[in-house]
Ligand binder design. Structure first.
Ligand code: SAM
Length: 303
């Protein structure tokens, strides 16, 4: 797909598969996403916001796409400068939440709590793959709102979700409830992944799918930092101790210098250091994301 608005046939395909959370448009300095009936414009320049807003109105009319509100957020260079989206069209009196659907699963969206509204659309194909694998025990590191776990749980998995943010894990529990999934078989640990993984290894815990989708940079409340370029290697070495034979590990990042090739090189080094062997797969491209936009991901299948 080239830059620009998605093909109307793709809109029809998403509707047919029960998905109303996807990108609508990607240009150089911004993009437009849909979450249920709401639309979010992300822009790096004010002129880009104005252009996307004008184009959205005319594109929506031409393809018969109906939407409710429009939110917009500035994409700063530094993640510390990120702010929640602002409502720029629609009823200012309503709450800032909605529900989005992906392959018939529901996810709570909140435009008021932070920069990200609750579902990363560039992980759709990886979520589909997890559902396809149908794990028995899923370890979801950096779980955020637990979207990977909801997909696995609906196919019978038990899950362990780790995130520094208690609020994100609480939203994760709400996502389970939205899909009528009891959380009794699921654990939610609000702690630093790098502290929890060695503890799990000491207890002899094992998993058949492990999700490693860390942020580019983070700082825990104790001041400890995580920097993906430096710390991914260590993270994978710890995760390998928890991986069953024939298990699958997702390595994913938005860091622009860690593309798929760099992830593979790093993974080969860690496998050798851990005396493990694996095959490598790349997820299918998402038709609403032009090449080299969205997260870079590889899947390891251990032998
Ligand atoms: C990129 S998001 C993960 C997105 C998630 N994989 C998904 O697809 O929904 C990063 C998450 O990592 C959490 N986080 C950052 N540093 C962490 C750490 N050291 N330990 C645990 N969680 C951390 C953040 O609170 C945030 O929810």
């Amino acid at each position: 797909m080239n830059l620009g608005w998605i093909d109307p046939n793709l809109l029809r395909d998403f509707r047919a598969e029960g998905t109303d959370a996807h990108r609508l448009c990607t240009i150089e300095d911004g993009w437009v996403e849909r979450f249920g009936r709401d639309v979010l414009i992300s822009f790096k320049r004010v002129l880009t916001r104005e252009r996307l807003l004008a184009e959205l109105q005319s594109w929506a009319t031409s393809v018969g796409f109906e939407f409710g509100r429009i939110f917009a957020r500035f994409v700063p260079r530094k993640s510390e400068e990120r702010e929640p989206p602002r409502l720029i069209f629609g009823d200012p009196g309503g709450n800032l939440q909605t529900i989005a659907t992906e392959r018939h699963l529901k996810f709570g969206i909140d435009f008021g709590t932070g920069y990200s509204p609750g579902l990363f659309l560039d992980q759709r194909e990886n979520r589909r793959y997890v559902r396809h694998i149908a794990p028995r025990r899923l370890l979801n590191c950096f779980a955020y709102t637990c979207s990977f776990s909801v997909g696995a749980a609906c196919n019978g998995a038990t899950t362990l979700n780790i995130d520094l943010s208690k609020k994100s894990l609480a939203r994760g529990r709400e996502n389970f409830a939205l899909n009528c999934l009891p959380t009794i078989e699921h654990r939610f640990i609000a702690d630093d992944v790098s502290e929890v993984l060695p503890r799990l290894a000491r207890k002899g815990e094992k998993f058949d799918v492990i999700i490693l989708d860390p942020p580019t940079f983070s700082r825990s409340s104790g001041g400890k930092t995580f920097q993906v370029e430096h710390d991914f290697e260590n993270l994978l070495i710890h995760a390998l101790e928890l991986a069953e034979r024939d298990s699958h590990i997702l390595l994913s990042t938005n860091c622009s210098v860690l593309r798929e090739h760099a992830l593979e090189v790093m993974a080969r080094y860690c496998l050798k250091a851990s005396r493990r062997a694996a095959t490598f797969d790349r997820p299918s491209a998402q038709p609403d994301f032009p090449p080299r936009t969205g997260a870079s991901s590889i899947w390891l299948t251990l032998r």
